[in-house]
Design a protein around this ligand. Structure first.
Ligand code: DGJ
Length: 723
C-alpha cells in the first residue's frame, strides 16, 4: 500500500517538472536534469538524445537526487557527507541557480547548490562533449561556514539506472594478470569496486565500469552506460540495488581513511566521472571513450601516431652498458624501428643499480656501465636515425640510496613507525604531499631534459603501493589527507612537466598495467598494458583494456619465445599480429632472431608503419569474437572515420581435433561500399581464396567469410580498402 503511494507521488512530481529542466546533450545522448530553485537537483533520464524533454515525463521517468547528501533520507546511498563547523552531520542541499556556457568543444552546465541552513556551497558541474558521446560530472565544494568543516564523503558522480536485466562489466587482476574481465547481472545488494593502492590504482581493480541495460553484454548492440573515474588514487564504485525500479551508482574518491578538512573559505574540487551512453553495446561505449580521449586531451597528444620502438628490459634486464645498448639500437634500426628505450639499470654511483634493491632516487648515470653518460646514448641513437628514450621511477627510493641517507623524512610513513618495504626488500614511496618532494620529482625529468634536450621518450614507472600509512609532512590533524594529497602532488608535478615539455612522449608504467587510469592519462601518451608479454594472455589483457582506452595509448611489445613470464612458445607471426593492435614495439634481443624471423619482422614492421598504424591507432575499433567466450578464437576490426579503409585481425589461441570453426563476420563497415581484401603479414604458401577479391560491407558483416587459421596460434590480418 505504502509503496504504491510513494510510487504515485514520485511519478506525479516527475510529471509536474518541466520548468528549470536542463538538457545536457551530446550529439547522440541526453542527461535530463531538473534544477528548480529551492529544491534538490534531480536527474530523470540518461539515454538517447531527446529533443522534447516532455516525452520523458509523459512516459514517466526516474526522479532521483542528482547529488544526494547524507542527513535526510538517511537510508539511501549518498555521494556527499559533511561534518559542519558545529558538529552537525546532516546536509540538505537546494538549488540556488544555474548557468550554461560553451567551452570549446563542450557545453558546460553549472548548478549552484547551498545547504538550507549552513554556508556550504556545492557547484555541481556537467560537461557535455560535442565531439564524443561523453558527459563528465564533478563538484566544487566550498566551505563558507564559520570554522573548518570535514568532508566525510565527497564522491564525484551519481547515476540512477532503471532496473531490468542490467549487467555490469568490470575488471580485476594482479601483476601480469591485470584487467581480467568480469560480467555479471546486477542483483539485490551492493556491488563495490574499490582501489586501496594509494599510488597506482588500476592494478587490482580498474576504475571503469560498463552497464548493459538489455541483458547479457554484447559488443555491438544493446543500450549500455559507461562510467570512468578520472582519478589516479583510491576510488570506489558502488552500485546499490534495493528498490524495484532503480540501481543507484555512486562513483568517487574512496572516502575510507580519507576524511578531508576544509578551512573557512577553502574549496575542494572532486575529480570528474565520465559517463558514456550508446545503443551500440559495449563497443559503442568504447568508441565514445576512445574518441573523447583522443580528441580532448584525455590521453596526452591523443591524435598523434606513436613510434615503433625497442625497449631493453626483457632483452638485457639491468645489464645495460654502452656496447649492449648500441647493439640493440643497431638491431632495431635494421628492423625498421624508430625509437630505442633504455629501461632500468642505468643509474646510481655510490649505490649502483645492479639489482632492484638499491639506487632508486639517485638519478646519476652509473659511469662504470655508461662512461659517457646519457648524452652519448642520445647521440648514438641519433647517429642511427633513431629517437632515444629512458626509464625512471621518480616517485620512489630504495632505503639503500643517497637520497634516503639524506632525506629519510621524505618517504611515506608516520614518523613513529618503521616503513614497510616493497620491491627488493628496500623500496619505499616518496611523500608527494610534500612540496619539496614534488620539486625533487619534477627536477628528475627537468634535469634529464636540460642535459639531453633531444630526449624523446620517458618510461615513468611506479612499482609500489602506499602500505605504511602516514606522513612526516602533513600535520597531525591532516594525516587523513595523505591518499588525496599524494595524488594532488603527483598531478602538480605532471602539470609542471607538461607545461615545460609538451612534446616529450611519456609512458605510464606501474609494474605493468598499474596506472591504466584516466586520472593520469592526460599527462601520459601511452601506458604499458602489462608486464605479461605472452601473446595469448595479451589477447585477453588488450581486449579488456580496449573497453576504455584507445589503441594509440596501449603499448604492446613482441617479446622472446619461450615467453619470459609464462614459458609459452608462440610463433613470431602470432606475436606480431597480437602486438599490432596497439602501439607496436619490441622487448627482446633482435640479434636472437633467425634469418627467417628477421626477414618476417622487417616486413611486419614496415606493414605496421605503412598500413596498420594509422588505422589501428586513430580508427574506430569494433570488437567481434571475444577471447573471454573461450571458443579459442578472437577477432576485431579497426576502421577509419570515413569507413573506406580497415584492418581486421583474427586469432586462434587453442586447437583440438573437431574444434568448431566459426565463420568470421566483420563489423562497422559501410554496408553499401565494396571492399577489396588483402592479407597482411602472410606466412603461409600461396594465396587465400579471398585474397584480392571484392565484397560489399553488407555481405562481410551479415554473412562473413571463411578463414583458415590453421592450428594453434594461427592468426590472419586483412586489410580492407574501399573501391
Ligand atoms: C616494472 C616494469 O613494469 C617493467 O617493464 C620494467 O620497467 C621494470 N619495472 C624495471 O624495473
Amino acid at each position: 500500500m505504502k509503496k504504491t503511494f510513494l510510487f504515485a507521488l514520485t511519478l506525479s512530481m516527475a510529471l509536474m517538472a518541466h520548468a528549470d529542466d536542463i538538457t545536457v546533450s551530446t550529439p547522440n545522448t541526453t542527461l535530463l536534469l531538473n534544477a528548480q530553485t529551492g529544491q534538490p537537483l534531480r536527474v530523470s533520464y540518461y539515454g538517447s538524445r531527446v529533443t522534447r524533454p516532455a516525452e520523458v515525463y509523459d512516459a514517466y521517468s526516474l526522479w532521483e537526487e542528482a547529488y544526494p547528501a547524507f542527513g535526510r533520507g538517511c537510508l539511501d546511498i549518498t555521494a556527499l557527507s559533511v561534518k559542519h563547523f558545529d558538529g552537525n552531520m546532516s546536509t540538505e542541499l537546494e538549488v540556488t541557480g544555474h548557468e550554461q556556457t560553451v567551452d570549446g568543444n563542450s557545453h558546460l552546465f553549472t548548478i549552484h547548490m547551498k545547504d538550507k541552513v549552513y554556508d556550504l556551497n556545492v557547484d555541481v558541474c556537467y560537461r557535455a562533449w560535442q565531439n564524443a558521446d561523453v558527459i563528465e560530472t564533478w563538484q566544487t565544494i566550498t566551505n563558507n561556514e564559520k570554522k573548518p568543516i570535514t568532508l566525510l564523503q565527497y564522491a564525484s558522480g551519481f547515476m540512477p539506472m532503471r532496473r531490468g536485466n542490467v549487467w555490469a562489466s568490470h575488471m580485476h587482476g594482479t601483476w601480469a594478470g591485470e584487467a581480467e574481465l568480469t560480467e555479471e547481472p546486477l542483483n539485490e545488494g551492493q556491488l563495490v569496486v574499490q582501489a586501496l593502492n594509494g599510488t597506482r590504482n588500476a592494478f587490482n581493480n580498474r576504475g571503469e565500469m560498463m552497464f548493459s541495460l538489455d541483458g547479457r553484454p554484447e559488443e555491438n548492440r544493446g543500450r549500455t552506460i559507461g562510467a570512468v573515474i578520472e582519478w589516479s588514487g583510491n576510488y570506489k564504485f558502488r552500485v546499490d540495488t534495493r528498490s524495484e525500479s532503480v540501481h543507484r551508482l555512486v562513483v568517487g574518491i574512496d572516502e575510507e581513511h580519507s576524511a578531508y578538512h576544509l578551512a573557512k573559505g577553502q574549496s575542494f574540487t572532486t575529480p570528474a566521472v565520465a559517463f558514456a551512453y550508446s545503443t551500440e553495446g559495449k563497443g559503442g561505449v568504447s568508441r565514445a571513450y576512445h574518441r573523447w580521449a583522443r580528441l580532448n586531451g584525455k590521453v596526452h597528444n591523443g591524435q598523434a601516431l606513436r613510434k615503433m620502438l625497442l625497449n631493453s628490459w626483457e632483452g638485457v634486464y639491468m645489464n645495460v652498458n654502452q656496447q649492449g645498448m648500441e647493439e640493440m639500437m643497431d638491431g632495431i634500426k635494421d628492423l625498421g624501428g624508430e625509437l630505442f628505450v633504455m629501461d632500468d639499470g642505468w643509474f646510481g654511483t655510490k649505490y649502483r643499480r645492479t639489482e632492484d634493491d638499491k639506487a632508486l632516487g639517485d638519478w646519476k648515470t652509473d659511469t662504470l656501465k655508461l662512461p659517457q653518460g646519457v648524452p652519448a646514448l642520445v647521440k648514438a641513437a641519433k647517429d642511427r636515425g633513431l629517437k632515444f628514450g629512458i626509464w625512471i621511477e621518480p616517485e620512489m627510493c630504495n632505503n639503500r640510496s643517497e637520497l634516503y641517507d639524506a632525506h629519510p623524512e621524505w618517504v611515506v610513513c608516520h614518523p613513529k613507525r618503521q616503513p614497510q618495504t616493497g620491491r627488493g626488500g628496500t623500496q619505499l614511496v616518496l611523500d608527494l604531499s610534500n612540496p619539496k618532494v614534488q620539486d625533487f620529482v619534477f627536477g628528475i625529468v627537468d634535469g634529464l631534459m636540460q642535459e639531453n634536450p633531444e630526449l624523446y621518450y620517458i618510461k615513468w614507472d611506479c612499482n609500489m603501493d602506499i602500505n605504511t600509512f602516514g606522513s612526516s609532512y602533513l600535520t597531525a590533524d591532516n594525516q587523513s589527507h595523505l591518499y588525496v594529497d599524494y595524488q594532488l602532488g603527483l598531478r602538480k608535478v605532471l602539470e609542471r612537466i607538461r607545461a615545460k615539455y609538451p612534446d616529450l612522449v611519456i609512458q605510464a608504467c606501474a609494474s605493468g598495467g598499474g596506472r591504466v587510469s584516466y586520472g593520469v592519462m592526460p599527462y601520459f601518451d601511452e601506458f604499458w598494458v602489462s608486464d605479461n608479454t605472452d601473446a595469448v594472455q595479451r589477447l585477453f589483457l588488450q581486449w579488456s583494456s580496449s573497453h576504455f582506452y584507445p589503441a594509440n595509448a596501449m603499448a604492446q611489445h613482441v617479446s622472446a619465445s619461450p615467453n619470459h613470464q609464462t614459458g609459452r612458445v608462440i610463433p613470431l607471426k602470432f606475436r606480431f599480429d597480437v602486438a599490432s593492435t596497439g602501439r607496436l614495439g619490441m622487448e627482446m634481443q633482435p640479434k636472437h632472431f633467425s634469418p627467417q624471423e628477421r626477414e618476417f619482422a622487417i616486413k611486419a614492421i614496415q606493414t605496421y608503419k605503412d598500413v596498420i598504424r594509422p588505422i589501428v591507432q586513430l580508427g574506430d575499433l569494433y570488437r567481434i569474437l571475444s577471447p573471454y567466450d573461450h571458443t579459442g578464437y578472437s577477432s576485431q576490426v579497426y576502421i577509419n572515420e570515413q569507413k573506406t579503409e580497415g584492418v581486421f585481425f583474427a586469432y586462434k589461441y587453442i586447437h583440438y581435433i573437431n574444434m568448431p570453426k566459426p565463420r568470421f563476420h566483420f563489423a562497422g563497415l559501410n554496408p553499401n561500399a565494396t571492399y577489396t581484401l588483402t592479407e597482411l603479414n602472410r606466412q603461409a604458401q600461396g594465396r587465400a581464396h579471398w585474397e584480392g577479391k571484392q565484397f560489399t560491407g553488407k555481405f562481410l558483416m551479415d554473412d562473413g567469410i571463411e578463414l583458415d587459421l590453421g592450428g594453434q596460434y594461427g592468426s590472419i590480418v586483412i586489410s580492407l580498402r574501399q573501391q
